[in-house]
Design a protein around this ligand. Structure first.
Ligand SMILES: [Zn+2]
Length: 477
């Protein structure tokens, strides 16, 4: 049995499902599933899908142009900016031929795990306006798009209700909740693609403009890679300002895993869900208009990369000096001290100039460690120990670092040794010159005299020749 259905005039921007649901309400049939949908030979589960397979049939029975239906009653333009013209035409052909079964996988929605949410969204202000204007409310295409959670016209949060397959749901008035600025901006950014004239962006141009914007924001490294550590927290923060919806959770997951947005730059020719682009554009440009201006302003040229630091003549001189010392066989520690550069820098210069450096083992076995510890204990210089064991001085210092008490002990040993040396020098001079004066001792053993004056004043005063009596001083004796 066939059921004739009367189709009301569709509204530009109304979803196909909304139109069919309205047709059902006018038909007077009790069952949406058994009569209205059967008249169109539509399977119930496909009635409210994002890509309806029954457009051609609908166009035929309603006498509405099928191209017009595809253009203004489906979300096809949502995908347009990030596809080639050929891909877009294929999408149109598929929609018209009803070949929509694999569309979700073909357009990256399955791989990106960003499937259409099983909800119908409506704006409370639009419902009131549409009821006043048309006498009924309808489902807007723009409101149903992935990532749109706010009405771009009224700035209100969209009300979501579960999509029931066998029910010809129509929007009803709901609570008015203001959306955040971020939410409004993202939703407007997405909605603008619908209002805009047809745009197709080549992936290479798109990546170049996005990268240039990242460069302006200081989020590109000297090698031209994106600075994930700066970009990802910025995007996560932006996500935090949006509603709690499955699509945003999916983006957050990609951000935390590190795959998004890096994959848009490093594998640009893969098929990604448009929301991934829209959200990145929203984070980087703030609005679709600003992004579009940037796209139009970019002539075909290579992406800018930060200028490499020009080596100053002084650094060249330094390097030539380092190379000379390295070729002379000087130790890296000494060269570092002579040139004021770090050992790591000297190692790099050696590697760049293919100069083989003597890399001593830096790993020490427990037997050696014990031996080294004993030598450190008695205050033998690390340099000497390193030479004796054929290891690097750094490795010896590593063992020293393990025993903090050794450091204090070695300091005391060094101080004691120095004191002995200075005392011996003064003593030896005084024995050789029994009649000498303090002035002569100071002139001949200056360093020891000063050191003892600073660290061992008592001993110095006791062992220096007695001062000239005050009364005789003026005679110059
Ligand atoms: Zn609205």
């Amino acid at each position: 049995m066939s059921y004739p259905v009367y189709y009301p005039t569709p509204i530009k921007g109304e979803t196909v499902f909304s139109w069919v649901a309205r047709a059902h309400s006018y038909s007077g049939y009790p069952s949406f599933r058994n009569q209205s949908l059967k008249a169109l030979q539509i399977k119930t589960e496909l009635a409210s899908t994002e890509f309806p397979s029954y457009i051609a049939k609908l166009a035929q029975s309603s006498c509405v142009d099928e191209q017009w239906i595809v253009q203004f009653m489906t979300g096809i333009n949502y995908y347009r900016p990030f596809q080639t013209q050929a891909q877009y035409q294929q999408l149109q052909t598929d929609l018209l031929s009803g070949n929509t079964a694999y569309m979700h996988s073909r357009y990256g929605m399955v791989a990106n795990r960003l499937l259409t949410e099983p909800v119908l969204k409506s704006c409370p202000a639009c419902v009131t306006y549409d009821e006043a204007q048309h006498g009924f409310a309808y489902w807007h295409v723009i409101h149903q798009l992935a990532g749109v959670t706010c009405c771009p016209l009224h700035g209100l949060k969209l009300h979501s209700e579960k999509r029931i397959r066998s029910f010809a749901a129509q929007p009803e008035t709901s609570e008015i909740v203001d959306a955040s600025i971020s939410e409004f901006n993202l939703s407007t950014c997405i909605a603008m693609t619908f209002i805009d004239e047809p745009i197709f962006y080549a992936k290479s141009d798109l990546v170049r403009v996005l990268k240039n914007r990242l460069l302006e924001m200081g989020m590109v490294t000297a090698c031209g890679n994106t600075r994930k550590r700066l970009l990802v927290p910025l995007m996560i923060e932006e996500l935090g300002k949006l509603s709690n919806c499955a699509h945003f959770k999916r983006l957050a997951c990609g951000l935390r895993r590190g795959s998004y947005p890096a994959n848009l730059f490093y594998q640009p020719h893969n098929q990604y869900h448009p929301l991934k682009y829209y959200f990145l554009i929203h984070c980087l440009f703030g609005s679709w208009e600003r992004f579009k201006t940037a796209m139009e302003a970019q002539p075909a040229k290579e992406p800018k990369t930060p200028k490499e630091q020009v080596q100053s003549p002084s650094s060249l001189i330094d390097n030539s000096l380092i190379i000379k010392y390295l070729k002379d066989g000087g130790s890296m520690r000494k060269i570092a001290a002579q040139t004021g550069k770090s050992i790591a820098y000297i190692k790099k210069v050696a590697a760049n100039n293919q100069i083989a450096v003597d890399k001593r083992p830096s790993k020490i076995f427990s037997v050696d460690e014990r031996d080294i510890w004993r030598k450190l204990m008695v205050g033998i210089p690390t340099e000497v120990i390193a030479r004796e064991h054929g290891i690097s001085q750094g490795a010896v210092e590593l063992i020293l670092g393990k025993f903090s008490e050794l450091v204090t002990l070695r300091k005391a040993i060094r101080l004691n040794k120095k004191r002995q040396q200075c005392r011996q020098e003064i003593d030896a001079f005084c024995q050789c010159h029994p009649q000498c004066r303090q002035k002569e001792v100071r002139a001949n053993c200056g360093a020891s005299y000063i050191w003892l004056y600073k660290h061992d004043k008592c001993w110095l005063e006791q062992h220096l020749p007695s001062p000239i009596p005050r009364a005789l001083r003026y005679l110059g004796k």
